[in-house]
Design a protein around this ligand. Structure first.
Ligand code: FAD
Ligand code: UDP
Length: 388
């Protein structure tokens, strides 16, 4: 392991982008070690037993306004246009269900309140916030106008409070406001989940994108290898298999685990994904349907909508159940729980890492952040700009 110019721990977007840049643009011999038996981190996709292309770790839709990120990744894939649309499925008092677009927008407003009340509320909202603007649920709830306040209560009750409680075990006002701000109220008829300039799916899937990115003569990939069995950062210097390693180490795993949880574990949310293959062309109308009021799962995703895969008579759907991460073997920490005390705990681990100038914490886990794929790609490009 010591015969390399750089060590990268993890082969998700953070690790793969960093490895490729160091290998290609700095001519470094890079060792990438990955604990799982596949590359790609949580963006990994594969065919299931029925031949349906699935995302094993939850639905991944690529979207960005960052030209550099889009152009960099486009070296390793072509794209298929896909504009993600999500609806909330809501039970009706009289029985049956209704659905309307999420983020809650002017189309949702008309569907929920009918043409007359919908039109009056629309005029009020447009006067207050302006057409095509976005407002968060927490901001909308501050509006003093009683009719807008009643609308805010409706949206809070039908979109946010139950879903957020399922997802985080906490109410919207008790979690980081940036989290619910990801899904604002949108004063528009645009029913897409994201409005980013570049949006789509890698044409053959995410795994081939990673295969091409990691396919470089200067990159050696070791799957099924836990870096922490070889890497020791507890002392003055970084040790790899007991020998001093004075070259860059880019670590994309959990920061608390890297330092043997010495200040205690960082809290995370875990997810359970339940897949089901059905003998039909399509199960639902949209790529993702959010169950915002009832059920104990948060959403159902149907992959064929996302990937555009043409495979008649069969489809695979997935329900997502959220729960606290306990750290048991095999469990995956999907979401950092961002708040003041957890950030302070993370800062203690980051300070330990900062004692080693060659150790770089990069990624959703290592930085304890809620990064999308484009954001972590941008971070990997910035870090490697400095290292090259
Ligand atoms: P990861 O993908 O988690 O990769 C880290 C890798 O490091 C893993 O493969 C892990 O096995 C490996 N590793 C950790 N510790 C060790 C060790 N000790 N030794 C060896 N290897 C190790 N983003 C979007 O842009 N669009 C979406 O639609 C979207 N949907 C999402 C849905 C869900 C349910 C989740 C959880 C996330 C979603 N994301 C989405 C975010 C996206 O998954 C992340 O931005 C991205 O995966 C971050 O990449 P990463 O490399 O930082 O981390
Ligand atoms: N959210 C919600 N209802 C919804 C969709 C989202 O309450 O129908 C809240 C919830 O707290 C969620 C957050 O908004 O965790 C961010 O949603 P997003 O879809 O961005 O989460 P992702 O699945 O991408 O992590």
């Amino acid at each position: 392991m010591c015969n390399y110019d750089a060590l990268v721990v993890g082969s998700g977007f953070a690790g793969a982008v960093a490895a490729r840049r160091l290998a290609e643009e700095a001519s470094k011999r890079v060792l990438v070690v990955e604990r799982r038996d596949h590359i790609g981190g949580n963006a990994y996709d594969c065919l299931d037993q029925a031949g349906v292309l699935i995302h094993r770790y939850g639905p991944h839709i690529f979207h960005t306004n960052d030209k550099r990120v889009f152009h960099y990744l486009s070296r390793f894939t072509s794209w298929q246009d896909y504009q993600h649309k999500v609806v909330a499925s809501i039970p009706l008092k009289e029985g049956g269900r209704t659905q309307f677009p999420v983020p809650f927008n002017l189309t949702s407003l008309a569907a929920a309140f009918g043409p007359e009340d919908g039109q009056r509320l629309k005029e009020k909202l447009l006067a207050a916030y302006g057409a095509e603007n976005k407002v968060t649920i927490l901001e909308l709830r501050q509006n003093p106008d009683p009719e807008i306040a009643a609308l805010a209560d409706y949206v809070y009750e039908h979109i946010f409070v139950h879903y957020t409680t399922k997802q985080w075990g906490q109410r919207p006002e008790d979690i980081d406001p940036n989290t619910t701000a990801r899904v604002p109220i949108f004063l528009s008829e645009d029913c897409r989940y994201f409005q980013d300039a570049y949006q789509g799916m890698p044409l053959q899937g995410y795994t081939p994108l990673f295969q091409r990115m990691l396919d470089h003569p200067n990159i050696t990939m070791e799957l099924g290898t836990d870096a922490l069995k070889h890497l020791d950062v507890s002392g003055e210097s970084i040790l790899l298999d007991g020998k001093r390693f004075d070259r860059p180490v880019i670590y994309t795993g959990q920061a608390d685990e890297l330092f043997a949880f010495q200040y205690g574990p960082l809290p995370y949310r875990a997810l359970d994904f339940v897949f089901q293959t059905l003998p039909m062309d399509f199960y639902q109308t949209h790529g993702t349907v959010n169950y915002t009021v009832d059920e104990n799962f948060t959403r159902i995703t149907e992959f064929k909508h996302l990937t555009g895969q043409k495979i008649p008579g069969v489809t695979t759907i997935m329900r997502e159940y959220s729960r606290a991460y306990t750290g048991l073997a095999g469990e995956i920490p999907y979401y950092a729980i961002i708040n003041r005390s957890n950030n302070a705990l993370y800062a203690k681990y980051a300070a330990l890492a900062a004692r080693h100038p060659n150790l770089h914490l990069l990624g959703r886990l290592a930085e304890y952040k809620y990064y999308n794929m484009d954001a972590i790609t941008a971070r990997a490009l910035e870090l490697t700009d400095r290292l090259i």
